[in-house]
Design a protein around this ligand. Structure first.
Ligand code: NAI
Ligand code: MG
Length: 358
């Protein structure tokens, strides 16, 4: 935006979502001050168990109109299984946003951070730094199919994979552009040896789109060996693009290779900018630790950095990232999941202060 004012819908949700959201807003507020832009935030109480208890639904009927004018949605976590079954809380809120706002890119950075113990032996910060780009609207997760001869020996179920040229090309273009921006390579997840119609078509589109990006080196791996290489050679990757199902698996496997779930962020993006994109930590509402003030706020804060980057405030995004990396590296203010005894609020405050120095 020309006057650098961004309208942000803030939806904290349930459990630790509300705790980490306060820290996310604290850090983003500091970044805005330092880099001279404005975040006009508006908080909403829907997409939570409390709202469901009061209204019998997860969202107001006019949620689309209410949210569609915002520049972005900053989201905490939704889910409180003692009160609302998880399929209702998820389908009734987050998945509505993803579909309604056509957020066709799911983006997950995979980066080994200083001070965060990872499960892979011998890997240092800097060794692992890549992006998983998942197609988020079609592919294997379609609703085309059906059931026949139910309850008989011939009981039959069919579910079709749906891949469209529009759908594939728009995710590939986004992935190539990310590779271009990072000066890196693109890796495509395929399975054209086993899935003989849709996956060869995916490969064909990857090659065709590559003609518009001649400077980007592309390789492809079958999904099974690609999953193995995430663990064995995570240093090989810059940007990895995948269909909905393959991307779902890789976008959990990737962050798992770099340590605690408390630090992992995720973005659901509609690159056209015509409808809002959504930025959230990967973790859920963590009922087991909710209310104790000990959640790790880094996933929420990092998601905030991704939001700033998407809004065009790359310098501020970089400063926020540097800030949490510096604080984690010093190891002085660590939440219990990182082996320390700091509270959520203390880690958030330390990172906010570090934004000034970053
Ligand atoms: P979860 O991510 O909430 O928790 C898994 C484990 O990781 C728990 O032991 C928790 O204490 C720990 N953990 C998670 N985030 C942490 C943080 N920031 N700092 C320290 N420890 C953290 O997943 P779970 O338990 O499977 O689901 C709980 C609820 O959250 C369910 O209702 C589920 O549907 C919902 N959920 C929502 C998501 C979302 O809003 N995008 C994503 C995943 C789950
Ligand atoms: Mg998943």
């Amino acid at each position: 935006s020309p006057n650098r004012t961004y309208r942000i819908a803030v939806i904290a949700g349930d459990g630790i979502g509300t705790e980490v959201m306060s820290e996310g807003l604290k850090v983003l507020g500091r970044a805005a001050e330092r880099f001279g832009f404005r975040l006009e935030t508006q908080e909403f109480d829907f997409a939570s168990a409390e709202y469901w208890t009061k209204h019998g639904r997860m969202l107001p009927e006019d949620w689309f109109e209410t949210l569609s004018g915002f520049d972005a949605i900053y989201f905490g976590a939704v889910g409180w299984p003692d009160v609302v079954p998880d399929h209702i809380s998820l389908w009734g809120s987050l998945l509505q946003f993803r579909r309604g706002f056509d957020q066709y890119v799911n983006l997950r950075p995979v980066k080994l951070l200083p001070g965060v113990p990872g499960p892979l032996r011998g890997r240092e910060p800097g060794d692992i730094d890549f992006l998983v780009v998942r197609e988020n609207t079609e592919g294997e997760y379609s609703s085309i199919g059906g059931k026949m001869f139910e309850g008989t020996d011939r009981e039959t179920v069919v579910q079709e994979t749906v891949m469209t040229r529009t759908g594939i090309d728009r995710i590939l273009r986004f992935a190539y552009e990310q590779a271009q921006r990072r000066g890196g390579r693109l890796t495509s997840a395929t399975k054209s040896n086993g899935i003989s119609i849709t996956m060869p078509y995916w490969d064909e589109r990857v090659a065709e789109m590559g003609e518009s990006f001649p400077e980007i080196e592309v390789d492809k791996f079958h999904i099974d060996i690609l999953a193995a290489q995430f663990v064995l050679h995570p240093d090989w990757f810059d940007v990895v693009v995948a269909s909905n199902l393959f991307g779902d698996i890789l976008s959990d496997l990737g962050p798992a290779c770099t340590g605690t779930i408390g630090v992992a962020p995720s973005a659901n993006i509609n690159p056209t900018g015509e409808l809002p994109s959504l930025f959230e930590p990967v973790h859920g509402s963590a009922p087991d630790i909710a209310g104790q003030g000990i959640a790790n706020p880094v996933g929420q804060i990092w998601a905030g950095a991704m939001m700033l980057d998407f809004l065009g405030e790359a310098q501020a995004a970089e400063a926020v990232t540097t800030a949490f990396e510096t604080v984690l590296e010093s190891g002085e203010t660590m939440t219990p999941d990182l082996g320390g005894s700091a509270r959520c609020e203390e880690l958030g405050t330390a990172i906010a202060q570090a934004v000034d120095a970053a």
